[in-house]
Design a protein. Structure first.
Length: 255
């Protein structure tokens, strides 16, 4: 029987890879750099670049480097509108960023069993955390928001979500990870918050606390992220701020 699963269109896949490559670079790349990173023929990359520029998804600067174009912004705005986060919740996250002076976030549990970052409000500190963006998902068993949510899901839901990111793990490694997570989830449920411990090695720390809906089911998580050096010096104060924000968010969702 012929498979109903259709292979991806190579040209479309290459164009998306090209766009993601430009978006993921810390500094704007040239078309030659993109070609090298993707392992594509330079002529092919020029065709892709011209097409994406023509549709407004890329812009080419006078120094020949590439940046995202206005069409990406239009997609992002529509994507964010689809999140349907209430103004009161957005205001709550904004208030948390103001009180803590750190970047605050709100993430929700979606029907595809992923925790997605919905609101991101930067703090007032001159040194901020980069790499976060609205729409960020995956790696829930590592991220503070993800762990705060996972701790309040059924074992079956926990396993389904975590396994999405364990493609290269052996069965033994998976078992060890789930055993460690079970212990960590118990602590999270007891104290009411989770921490992004593995990111601290990169100089970044996050605290997330679960938020519940009117039926008492976990809805998402609210929290803050900051350079580890600052988080360490004011950890207890930041925890209390996040816990209070989570309490307020749960109250809003319980109405």
């Amino acid at each position: 029987m012929r498979s109903t699963k259709q292979p991806p269109l190579q040209t479309v896949e290459r164009a998306l890879n090209f766009l993601e490559c430009v978006a993921g670079r810390e500094s704007p790349p040239t078309v030659q750099q993109v070609a090298s990173e993707l392992g594509l023929n330079i002529t092919t990359c020029y065709h892709l670049m011209r097409t994406l520029i023509g549709r407004g998804y890329l812009e080419r600067r006078p120094d020949l480097t590439l940046t995202l174009g206005a069409s990406v912004g239009a997609l992002f705005n529509q994507y964010r509108r689809s999140f349907n986060v209430s103004e009161k919740l957005f205001a709550l996250v904004t208030d948390l960023a103001r009180k803590s002076d750190e970047t605050a976030f709100f993430s929700t549990l979606e029907t595809n069993n992923r925790v997605i970052l919905k609101v991101l409000v930067e703090g007032s500190q001159p040194l901020r955390v980069s790499g976060l963006y609205v729409g960020l998902t995956g790696g829930e068993y590592i991220r503070a928001a993800g762990k705060a949510v996972l701790a309040h899901l059924s074992p079956e839901q926990q396993r389904e979500m975590v396994l999405k990111d364990l493609g290269e793990y052996t069965k033994a490694q998976q078992q060890d990870l789930f055993a460690a997570l079970d212990q960590e989830f118990e602590v999270i449920r007891s104290q009411g918050w989770a921490e992004d411990a593995q990111e601290s090695s990169l100089g970044i720390s996050a605290i997330g606390s679960p938020v519940f809906d009117k039926d008492g089911k976990v809805y998402g998580a609210v929290g803050i992220v900051a350079p580890t050096s600052r988080m360490d010096s004011s950890h207890s104060e930041r925890v209390q701020e996040v816990l209070e924000a989570a309490r307020q968010a749960t109250a809003l969702l319980s109405v």
